[in-house]
Design a protein around this ligand. Structure first.
Ligand code: GLV
Length: 320
């Protein structure tokens, strides 16, 4: 008998076909709405494998009701949506999709940095709103990217890929990470610093760490107060690493110059959130890895991980 799996969102046909060759597949068919908790609670009881997205909170109580579950394949590199300790305790394998999204997410991070520094969304709106009456010397002026100092918080694969892009802009690059990476320092001309030094010295700060109990609220008021008035902070990692209340305060008071966020404490962010009233904030709906090619690779890699576990092989990307 084929193993049974549940897929928590509509996937591209070719991925569903691939999964269906060796599994009995049930899938939440809606594209723009996450599977309701009560549906997931029922479905998970019956399956050997779960193929899920970062929008699903896979917590201990859900897993305790999943007697047959052998594997959770998350179609994301981050897995803070899954209770890893509970999965480990229950002997459930968890996998993610690192590597395939590195360059695409670095592209987006750098795009957001540039869009924020040069006020691109605001300038585009200015034109469309009919405000463009003439060219004038200080109209819509931003911050220079070339030659500036960039601080990378979290030097994983994506951090390194952002550093490579920054080198093309003649940026000086500082980084902070749990552990030093001397090989990368040499290869990419990076300088390791304490977090507070990085925040004090950088013109641009990119947050690229995983979300963990250590990085939760890592950047609060105290940290933002260290930054230059001309500084720009970018977060394409996870909401919650920068405290949103503190960020709102810093942007409103202009103690920092601007921010670019692809991720939020709560997603989707509520349209009446105070952050969305600020002109010096550029926002995106969590699209770091969203190129067609990369999302296809992630979907396929998550399928490989899931199938490998169900077929008794070691998956390429085991978390636990
Ligand atoms: C996206 O945020 C991911 O973790 O892949």
């Amino acid at each position: 008998m084929k193993p049974r799996i549940y897929v928590t969102r509509k996937l591209p046909n070719q991925i569903v076909e691939r999964l269906s060759e060796s599994c009995e597949v049930r899938m939440w068919e809606e594209d723009d709405k996450p599977v309701p908790r009560e549906v997931l609670e029922e479905e998970i009881k019956e399956v050997d494998g779960l193929y899920c997205l970062l929008t699903e909170q896979i917590d201990a109580s859900l897993l305790e009701g999943a007697d047959k579950l052998k594997v959770i394949a998350n179609m994301a590199v981050g897995y803070n949506n899954i209770d890893i300790d509970a999965a480990k305790r229950l002997g459930i394998t968890v996998t993610n999709t690192p590597g395939v999204l590195t360059e695409t997410t670095a592209d987006l991070t750098f795009s957001l940095l540039m869009a924020t520094a040069r006020r691109i969304p605001e300038a585009s709106e200015y034109l469309r709103d009919g405000d463009w009456k003439t060219w004038s010397p200080m109209q819509l002026t931003g911050q220079d990217i070339h030659g500036a100092t960039l601080g990378i918080i979290g030097l994983g694969r994506i951090g390194e890929a952002v550093a490579k892009r920054a080198k093309g802009f003649d940026m000086k690059i500082l980084y902070h990470n749990r552990s030093r990476n001397r090989e990368a320092e040499e290869r990419l001309e990076l300088h390791y610093t304490e977090l507070n030094t990085l925040l004090r010295e950088c013109d641009f700060v990119c947050v690229l760490t995983p979300f963990t109990s250590e990085t939760n609220n890592m950047i609060g008021k105290e940290q933002l107060d260290l930054m230059k008035e001309s500084a720009v902070i970018i977060n394409t990692a996870r909401g919650g690493i920068i405290n949103e209340k503190a960020l709102y305060g810093a942007l409103k008071e202009k103690s920092i110059w601007a921010a670019g966020l692809d991720v939020f404490e709560e997603e989707p962010i509520s349209l009446d959130h105070p952050l969305l009233t600020l002109p010096n904030l550029v926002t995106l709906p969590h699209i770091g890895s969203a190129s067609i090619a990369t999302r296809m690779k992630m979907a396929d890699l998550a399928a490989t991980n899931l199938l490998d576990v169900l077929l008794g092989e070691e998956p390429p990307n085991r978390v636990v």
